[in-house]
Ligand binder design. Structure first.
Ligand code: DQA
Length: 145
């Protein structure tokens, strides 16, 4: 049995469904979790799904993933644009890293066009709403055993 795919979400994503639904959609984070679990199950894999508003907590989970995960999916949310510390943590991983975003940051404000996390990502899935997470889980599963 493979190790789980860690699926981490950053700040404000706990408010999915009520936060700017015209951008992020009406589905809640629990809907996202269920969609990821279903997709993982069809691929014969499991996930460890977590969200935090705290940079240090996310970094602790990335460090945990070094030994506990087969791959990592991360929606770093706002920290993607600001956190060198999160980038440094991700760079310590030897497993595949898939960055995902519900929206397409490249088509939004200019400050969203740069994402530190992308420097440590094997690939990025953006702009497909909840499906971004599902596709990211699928990519992570394909890239790992
Ligand atoms: C986001 C995009 C980020 O720019 C933003 O700060 C978020 C969510 C997304 O999923 O589209 O919080 O990562």
């Amino acid at each position: 049995m493979s190790k789980p795919i860690y699926v981490l979400s950053g700040p404000n994503l706990n408010l999915l469904g009520v936060r700017e639904p015209q951008i992020y959609g009406k589905e809640t984070l629990d809907d996202v979790r269920k969609a990821c679990e279903r997709r993982a199950e069809t691929l014969g894999r499991t996930i460890e799904f977590r969200q935090s508003n705290h940079e240090g907590v996310l970094i602790d989970w990335v460090q945990e993933a070094r030994t506990a995960a087969s791959a990592l999916v991360i929606n770093p949310a706002g920290y993607g644009h600001t956190s060198i510390a999160l980038l440094d943590a991700l760079k310590t991983l030897e497993v595949p890293v898939v960055e995902c975003h519900l929206s397409n940051p490249a088509a939004r404000e200019t400050f969203r066009r740069h994402t530190y996390v992308s420097l440590a990502a094997t690939g990025v899935v953006s702009g497909f709403g909840v499906a971004s997470y599902e596709l990211a889980v699928e990519a992570a599963a394909r890239l790992s055993a």
